[in-house]
Design a protein. Structure first.
Length: 563
């Protein structure tokens, strides 16, 4: 019903600055222009040709729409800016108020309520009215007053404005939930590779084909070695996060996210070494060229060594027709080309080996933008945000001798990310890109086995002792819940990363950095009356929840916040 135009401020994650005072101009279908100011907003949305009920139609509005109640239309924008809208072909201009009270004006039979960015945080809507200067509404639809304010502003659905008494309910303190002592089931047998659940597989295989399309999966790889030595291994065909264990201790985490590394140091023993991997399924692409990507260990691990390429050079070549290489591509139109500049490295390939191009810096940041990756001047891959952080060039595609690896940026990436400065782009990519060559497939002659990740039986849980650092573990407790009580809040602290289950229902996953807290809400529909509610937590590092995880009842009074 109608259209909407979204206006975005520059991404604070890229600019390092919060949006402030961004102004732009929209070109309307009749050739007129409409200024739009974002103020503190990261994004504004402008309705076009949208019905307001009855015979009223909103032709355009440069303020953000919040709600329509009867004949009342609520919108907001930066204080002091000029609001422009049109209803039924009749234009209307208004100054966004700077005080505490919204502005209410009638136009073409519609009562327009205009708020600034601060006022709109205290505007709440019911089925028959709009309340301003309130902290919310009760479940019965009565306004909850601001501290020290007795009355609230009520705008009825017919536009009538009145002052009504506001309630000031005192929310009950959140009651703590009685929780039984925690018990634990460490995954020592899996980490050591001695669990009877491991079954032989032919070789590397993705988690989905092994019957584990979500959660985790355990791989055991028995490496063979003719001599004892230390190997520097890379697993370019591993996703998403894979923790490795050798001799019952964690040896590192490869993949994406905080705390991961590109390489896994392995002390090879004669005649062999067992390495156990816990591979995690994470989200999958919903669009683009990488849909259906594989998870887990779906390829061999390689012994690698650095490949020197020198500093990146900028050369100028004929722009490349992007769709001539691959079509379709999102937001690429016919005739679109790359920028004429190419950021280029030269590598010497002296042996018959694969080359890995890494696209991630030491802080874990990947490539931001879009570009074509070229091998000897020919496109071999589209790079874009969300692209895997490495590209593997097979030995068969590389002859012995010198080869050039180039990045040809899309023009919008050069302009938006680097302000058109190709030298700045070259420096940024030089800090990002590095090369390695493989010398031996360490796992090619290994024996592979796999075990599904699953909840242990109740008999496996026992009173916690001193868990080995970094060893995954399950934790279990029970808690009570009275019939009719509000939802239960679960507060997670002091853990690493893992999964949460309540009464067999998967509540969610968490990823906590040091000092970080995450809160999950357990809906009453998932709870049983009494003390038989089971809470299960799987933590990848085995961190104990005994002192850092808390359960409490939600407050019975809550506003119907629009946020």
């Amino acid at each position: 019903q109608g259209g909407v135009v979204f206006v975005f401020a520059p991404d604070p994650a890229r600019t390092g600055q919060a949006p402030s005072g961004v102004t732009t101009t929209l070109l309307l279908s009749d050739g007129s222009t409409l200024p739009v100011s974002l103020g503190r907003q990261g994004v504004a949305w402008c309705l076009v040709d949208a019905p307001l009920g009855g015979r009223a139609s909103l032709d355009y509005c440069n303020l953000c729409a919040l709600a329509v109640v009867g004949k009342v239309f609520v919108c907001f924008g930066p204080a002091g800016s000029k609001g422009q809208l049109s209803i039924n072909g009749s234009g209307f201009e208004v100054a966004v108020p700077t005080g505490k009270a919204p502005l209410v004006e009638e136009h073409e039979g519609i009562w327009v309520v205009v708020c600034n960015e601060d006022q709109v945080d205290h505007v709440y809507v019911t089925d028959d009215a709009v309340y301003a200067n309130v902290n919310g509404v009760t479940p019965e639809g009565k306004p909850i007053g601001l501290p020290g304010v007795k009355n609230a502003m009520r705008i009825a659905s017919d536009g009538k404005v009145t002052s009504v008494a506001a309630e000031h309910p005192v929310p009950p303190a959140a009651e703590k939930v009685h929780v039984s002592p925690w018990t634990t089931a460490p995954m020592d047998e899996y980490v050591a590779g001695t669990s009877a659940r491991f079954a032989t597989i032919k070789g590397p295989s993705d988690l989905t084909s092994l019957g584990a399309p979500y959660g985790y999966g355990w791989y055991k790889v028995s490496l063979k070695s003719a001599s004892a030595r230390k190997a520097r291994a890379a697993f370019p065909h591993a996703a998403d996060r894979v923790a490795a264990f050798i001799d019952g201790a964690q040896a590192g985490v490869i993949g994406v996210g905080a705390g991961t590394t590109r390489h896994l140091p392995i002390n090879l023993k004669k005649p062999g070494t067992d390495v156990v991997f816990l591979a995690c399924n994470m989200g999958r692409f919903s669009e683009g060229d990488h849909m259906g990507e594989r998870k887990g260990l779906y390829g061999h691990g390689w012994e690698v060594s650095p490949l020197k390429a020198g500093k990146a050079k900028v050369i100028t070549e004929t722009p490349i027709d992007i769709l001539a290489y691959r079509a379709p591509l999102w937001e690429v139109r016919e005739g679109d080309t790359t920028a004429p500049h190419r950021i280029t490295w030269t590598i010497q390939h002296r042996s018959k080996s694969s080359v890995i191009i890494w696209l991630r810096d030491k802080q874990g940041r990947g490539f931001m933008g879009r570009a074509l990756l070229l091998l000897d001047g020919k496109p071999i891959e589209v790079l874009e945000y969300g692209t895997p952080d490495h590209i593997v060039l097979d030995a068969e595609s590389l002859s012995k001798g010198n080869h050039t690896i180039s990045v040809a940026l899309f023009p919008e990436t050069l302009d938006e990310e680097f302000d058109g400065n190709i030298q700045a782009a070259a420096k940024a990519l030089d800090d990002l890109v590095c090369f390695e060559e493989s010398s031996e497939a360490l796992t090619a002659k290994a024996e592979w086995s796999f075990a599904k990740w699953e909840q242990p039986p109740a008999s496996a849980f026992h009173a916690p002792g001193r868990n080995s650092a970094g060893i995954p573990a399950w934790w279990r407790c029970t808690f009570d819940h009275q019939a009719g009580a509000p939802a239960v809040s679960l507060e997670l602290n002091g853990l690493s990363a893992g999964q949460v289950y309540v009464n067999g229902f998967h509540l969610g996953r968490y990823f906590l950095r040091k000092g970080q807290t995450e809160r999950m809400l357990i809906p009453p529909s998932r709870l049983k009356a009494g003390k038989a509610n089971e809470l299960l937590i799987f933590d990848e590092q085995g961190a104990s929840p005994a002192r850092s995880v808390h359960l409490s009842h939600e407050s019975a009074v809550a506003g119907n916040s629009k946020h």
